[in-house]
Design a protein around this ligand. Sequence first.
Ligand code: SF4
Length: 196
Amino acid sequence: MGLRMTKQNQLDKLKQECNSCQKCVLGSTRNNIVFSDGSAEAKILLIGEAPGADEDATGTPFVGRAGKLLTKLIEDCGFSRKDDFYICNTVKCRPPENRVPTNEEKALCEKYLLEQIKIVNPKVIVLCGATSAKSFLGDKIKISQIRGQWYKLFDGIDATVIFHPSYLLRNHSEAEGSPRWLTKQDLYKIKKISSR
Ligand code: SF4
């Protein structure tokens, strides 16, 4: 009987492959591949846009100012970022000047993302910000109109859209109805659905 690879083993193998990837132009300027953070066993898989400077320097997604805010919101809602989430991005290498990744770059990197989703097999996919949402729901979407709505992706995985924390950094209010308040409501709903 062959040895069964754990989810973590499978992800490690995929990351190794990704480490030498030069399929798109972003490969030539990156310092580090930013593959993922969190738990391979998580029920929630969160997909952000692309690595920024802090992420490129450390190889870990969502560690800069926006990432710290995301972590705080996650923890405020009673989650553990490390155990409850598997976190990745639409592309694994930083776009120069933090520009939005092109559709071509996203398409070339998609293989890794789809494989990550397949291996983790989450109960809930969280599309964090417009770039991530557009990858799955089409270029025409407007984040303000679809945030908080729920969709089915792949073979019926529940998926929803939340604001990107870099947008929340520019919106400090936590008053009822504010973007930060709405994001917390979204996270509470995500908690409820992921623990069903
Ligand atoms: S962004 Fe993705 S496709 Fe482009 S070089 Fe990096 S890993 Fe490869």
